[in-house]
Design a protein around this ligand. Structure first.
Ligand code: DQA
Length: 152
C-alpha cells in the first residue's frame, strides 16, 4: 500500500513556528514519526511539503499516475482558500484524510472553512503529530476493508 503525505505552507517551520499552537516538534521529527509508523504498518510512504499551491496540485495529479492508494493532507493555510487543491483531489479520486495539528475548529473564524473537507473521508484536528498517524491507520483500514459508515 502506497501512502502520500502532503503538507502545505509553513509546516516546514514546525518547531520554530508558534510553538504554543503547533508544539515544539520539528518538521524533521514529524517526518521520522510518520516514516516509523508506516514501517510498523507495512505501508510505503512518501512525504511531501511545499509552500506553493501549484506544486501541491501537481503532486496530487502525479499521485494518480504513480498509483498512490491514499493521501493524508494538511493543506495548512490553503485549507481555507484553495478550490484548486480540492479540485485536484476530486480529479484523482484517491481516498484522502484531512489533518490539522491544531484544533482549527476552536480558532479564528476564517479557519472554520475547509475546502478539502468536501472530499476528505474524515478530518482529524487538534491531535498534534499523532493526527497524521491516526490518519494513516484510518486510510489503511479504509483501503483494506472498505468504507466506514461514520465520520469521526
Ligand atoms: C493548520 C491549521 C491552519 O489553519 C494553518 O493555516 C496552518 C496549520 C494545522 O495543522 O493546525 O498552517 O493546518
Amino acid at each position: 500500500m502506497k501512502i502520500l503525505v502532503i503538507n502545505g505552507p509553513n509546516l516546514n517551520m514546525l518547531g520554530i513556528r508558534e510553538p504554543e499552537v503547533y508544539g515544539n516538534g520539528t518538521y524533521e521529527e514529524l517526518k521520522m514519526r510518520i516514516t516509523d509508523h508506516c514501517v510498523t504498518r507495512g505501508a510505503e510512504v512518501e512525504i511531501f511539503q511545499s509552500n506553493y499551491e501549484g506544486a501541491i496540485v501537481e503532486k496530487i495529479q502525479n499521485a494518480y499516475f504513480n498509483s498512490v492508494d491514499g493521501i493524508v493532507i494538511n493543506p495548512a493555510g490553503y485549507t481555507h482558500t484553495s478550490v484548486a487543491i480540492l479540485d485536484a483531489l476530486k480529479a484523482v479520486s484517491i481516498p484522502c484524510v484531512e489533518v490539522h495539528i491544531s484544533k482549527v475548529d476552536s480558532r479564528e473564524e476564517f479557519r472554520q472553512v475547509s475546502y478539502v473537507r468536501y472530499v476528505a473521508l474524515t478530518t482529524i484536528t487538534g491531535k498534534g503529530f499523532n493526527g497524521y498517524l491516526e490518519a494513516i491507520d484510518y486510510l489503511k483500514e479504509y483501503i483494506e476493508n472498505g468504507s466506514k459508515d461514520t465520520k469521526s
